[in-house]
Write a protein that binds this ligand. Sequence first.
Ligand SMILES: Nc1nc2c(c(=O)[nH]1)N[C@H]1C(S)=C(S)[C@@H](COP(=O)(O)OP(=O)(O)OC[C@H]3O[C@@H](n4cnc5c(=O)[nH]c(N)nc54)[C@H](O)[C@@H]3O)O[C@H]1N2
Ligand SMILES: Nc1nc2c(c(=O)[nH]1)N[C@H]1C(S)=C(S)[C@@H](COP(=O)(O)OP(=O)(O)OC[C@H]3O[C@@H](n4cnc5c(=O)[nH]c(N)nc54)[C@H](O)[C@@H]3O)O[C@H]1N2
Ligand code: SF4
Ligand SMILES: [Mo]
Length: 754
Amino acid sequence: MDANLPPHPAASSDSPPQVGGGLPVLQYWAEHTLSPDGLKLWQTLFHKSACLSCAWGTGGQKGGFVNEAGEVLQRCAKSVEAIAAELQPAVPPEIFGQRTIAELQQLTSEQADRLGRLSVPLLLRAGHSHYERITWDQVYAIAESAFRRPAPRIASYSSGRSSNEAAYLLQLMMRALGSNNLADCSDLCHAASTVGLKQMFGSGTSMVSLEDLKQADCVVLVGSNAPANHPRLMNELIKLRDRGGKVIVVNPLKEVGLVKFASPAFPVKSLLRGSEIASLYLQPIPGSDTALFVGIQKSLIEQGLIHRDYLQAHTSGWEAVVHHAQSSTWETITSTCGLSQLEISTAAALIGTAERVVFAWAMGVTQHENGVDNIFSIANTALLTGNAGKPGAGTMPIRGHSNVQGFGSMGVTVHLKEEIRLALERLLDRPLSRVPGYDTRALIEAAASGAIDTLLCLGGNLYAANPDATQAQAALGQIETIIYLATKPNLGHFHGLAQHNTLILPVFARFENPHQTTTESGNNFVRLNDSGRTHLQRTELIAEVEFLSELAARLLGDTPVNWHQLQDPHYVRQLIAQTIPGFEQMATIDQIHVEFTIPGRIFHRPQFPTATGQAQMFVTPLPDLTLPQAQDFGIPDTIPSMVLALGTGRSYSQHNTVVYRPGDTYRGMPHRNCILLNAMDAATGGFQEHQRVTVQGDAGKLEQVEIIFGEIRQGAALMFYPEVNAIFQARIDARSGTPAFKRVPVVVYVPVNS
Ligand SMILES: Nc1nc2c(c(=O)[nH]1)N[C@H]1C(S)=C(S)[C@@H](COP(=O)(O)OP(=O)(O)OC[C@H]3O[C@@H](n4cnc5c(=O)[nH]c(N)nc54)[C@H](O)[C@@H]3O)O[C@H]1N2
Ligand SMILES: Nc1nc2c(c(=O)[nH]1)N[C@H]1C(S)=C(S)[C@@H](COP(=O)(O)OP(=O)(O)OC[C@H]3O[C@@H](n4cnc5c(=O)[nH]c(N)nc54)[C@H](O)[C@@H]3O)O[C@H]1N2
Ligand code: SF4
Ligand SMILES: [Mo]
């Protein structure tokens, strides 16, 4: 059985393992699958639907264990973790009946999730201390009047776990009501990739299929902790190394699973001793990836490894990019990224001499103030070496939520494609509003200024996913009505309260939906999810599609769109096929059961869907990475302190804002209130390992944080979200709206009186 992710033996900070994955993973599988709920878990694993967890896209019509290349035994332990959470019993009625909101606010993320599955509609009225159970009629009455507001004052936020059909209906309803306020979790995630790639290649998603990855002879993996967050990708890297290929990892932190990974998929050759992953591990200064890639470009030019014929024929703007690399001095490049010329040139030689290179990345590069430049610099490197538009090569953003890419395709975005806009206008028989919509950060700002009356959240946790939790809470508190559709309670339901009415509506998880639905993987593959049944008894779960179409029908009547008919996702798919280019096969997918790769996204020839057919290259200025001084945080220089660039992200056992288990064995972090930093920084600042310190950002501080030493670049540190979101206001990438979660200036010190 393949289960790539670790279980969580009591994490010890003293001896983090030397290998990622490994035997503990099997233990984890056994723990869950042999438990009293094991049978249900197995049934769900075999259910023909896409895995709930990440966008690697395992599962679907060929069975729950099959990947996009048709290979079996492809489920990882993260999948088990996600399913087990949805298979919990219903939240006992006394929880909401007896616990006040103040008590519920004391829960940690893990405790909130462990309450169980939401199973009845709930309402918290202003001034009341408890969530109360209400009927669906009451729900619709409140929702309907809440949405009868001026279009600019209504908004939605979504997370990428729901189906394509729900996503499509959400945006269709919002746009039919005249609003473009379709904030989405991707605004906090891969927006920089979408914006950057679209400008360069005319297409904002991966140009690489799983099959291409299998043909690559070099993978450059930038800012990704795949062993935890996309475990199945690790098997591709193991296979690539086995066939003699190279893996270049770019990450300020040495993630143990990227050095060596023991995969249960290969019991003989990998599981016991582990497989080497990185051929070259580069640890740049956080936020400096653009400088590193400009350095790689400079070295490629110096080594005579750029493909001038390709550039001339298939790109525009390349001369300026070459000139920029040539005129950036080695001194500036190396001092900005903190890597030596030798390290950079070694990477360039590996890339430049490989035949087929895939450039893959995740949050380590998108969540920066210059996120779009980071994408440009990576894609420029791909283009300079002719690695875009041929089999086995290209650019590959590694997407997050299991259907986050589908949400974008369905039009849940503030950057609606012109062709989709025109098709929707034909469908709705009216022009769409041209008022730009709020993305996630803009939505919080708008709410804070009192500009939003009504917010519908299709999944997710808007409160805890945003930086500056105090601001997020206050902003949501300005909204009159918030409607949360969710499967399980989360911190947002207890802290992200509206001014008047907060509703929590229980929905079916993907594998329980009474109708077939579809999802799209990060590799542009559309999956058909079979209908299913819930294990919950006597509950009032609703299908998201049913709720949205009923609400839309009440608000908009039944012309020109017959919303009532759209309660069956089959009819939603007809509209998708009609209005979303590339999704024509949606019309029949539920009849012929043929899943498909969206046409026009995977590029095997260097012809791109831009106006000229060429890829557009952009010059990428090197970032200025100066950090503030301790005094700028109000810490006098009489107190020992250190200012660090803090990266915030996921532990090994959480899914975004939902924590499954507290520690992170693989980084030696025994609990969540830890800061991982470099021993040299501690020595310079006069700190010791395990010392308890205060970590302060520009919006607050966390106290009693335990120092843990790790192999992280000097000057950098790591802490876990969502807890750490309490202490900083992230800077925002102006072009994509993405918060700089990966470079947060903080000061570490011990308060005088402690
Ligand atoms: N199990 C599990 N799976 C998940 C998720 C989950 O929470 N749990 N979340 C899903 C979602 S929505 C997403 S977006 C993805 C997230 O997947 P990832 O992007 O892999 O997750 P992060 O924890 O944000 O960490 C990214 C990595 O970036 C590195 N990094 C930090 N700063 C920099 C930098 O300046 N440069 C470079 N090159 N690297 C840097 C960090 O050290 C870390 O290893 O995973 C998806 N899959
Ligand atoms: N500091 C810091 N902050 C970050 C990040 C970071 O790296 N650092 N990463 C950012 C990123 S990449 C992302 S994507 C966001 C994540 O932000 P969100 O997507 O907003 O948050 P999640 O924690 O994934 O949402 C989990 C909730 O979704 C609900 N849910 C699960 N399945 C379903 C379903 O099928 N339907 C419905 N309706 N609800 C469901 C459950 O109630 C669950 O509690 O966080 C961002 N915030
Ligand atoms: S790699 Fe992602 S999609 Fe595949 S089984 Fe694991 S969590 Fe699910
Ligand atoms: Mo994400």
